[in-house]
Design a protein. Structure first.
Length: 178
């Protein structure tokens, strides 16, 4: 079975538990932190994957490291470690976040601008583009990029909306040369 399929099953099970317990948002926030740990802490991953480390030692490390997490999430991570699926924790987190976003009709968006957006500008971008992708609103991550010269460039999933000056110049250059 592929890693993504396995991760999706854990994510669906955790999502259903979270929904029953009304903890969708809390577990989503916790999973974002867990994903960051599993993405950035290579020593922890190597320890948890090491064949000579006993299952009890792995469980103890996980329990201590993630003691502040909700019980459902802790148990899911422990189960994944027990079944030698610790590599899929980050993918499982992504799958869960996708399920939670779908449930709340939210999409994650990366907005590239020359300067940081104000709250009102973020709200305007969210309302303008959320409808275009069939969502109620967008969770915006603003990235400042001086290379776009002006305007905005927006990425939602695999869709890109490029209203930047540099994007327009690139298109114009291709049109004139082609």
């Amino acid at each position: 079975m592929s890693d993504i399929t396995v991760a999706k099953r854990y994510a669906v099970a955790l999502f259903q538990l979270a929904k029953e317990q009304n903890l969708l948002d809390q577990i989503e926030e916790e999973l974002r932190a867990v994903k960051e740990v599993f993405t950035n802490d290579q020593e922890l991953l190597n320890f948890l994957k090491h064949p000579k480390v006993t299952g009890d030692a792995k469980k103890e490390i996980i329990s201590n490291a993630f003691s502040s997490l909700s019980e459902s999430l802790q148990n899911t991570i422990l189960l994944m470690a027990d079944r030698h699926r610790i590599d899929e924790v980050s993918v499982m987190a992504d799958e869960y976040i996708e399920l939670a976003n779908e449930e709340k009709s939210v999409a994650d968006a990366i907005v590239y601008t020359v300067r940081p957006l104000t709250e009102s500008e973020e709200a305007a971008v969210s309302s303008a583009f959320a409808a275009k992708v069939g969502k109620r609103n967008l969770r915006i991550t603003n990235v400042t990029d001086k290379n776009i010269i002006g305007g905005i460039k927006l990425q939602i999933g695999n869709r890109i909306f490029d209203g930047s000056v540099s994007g327009k110049l690139d298109r114009l250059s291709k049109q004139l040369l082609g």
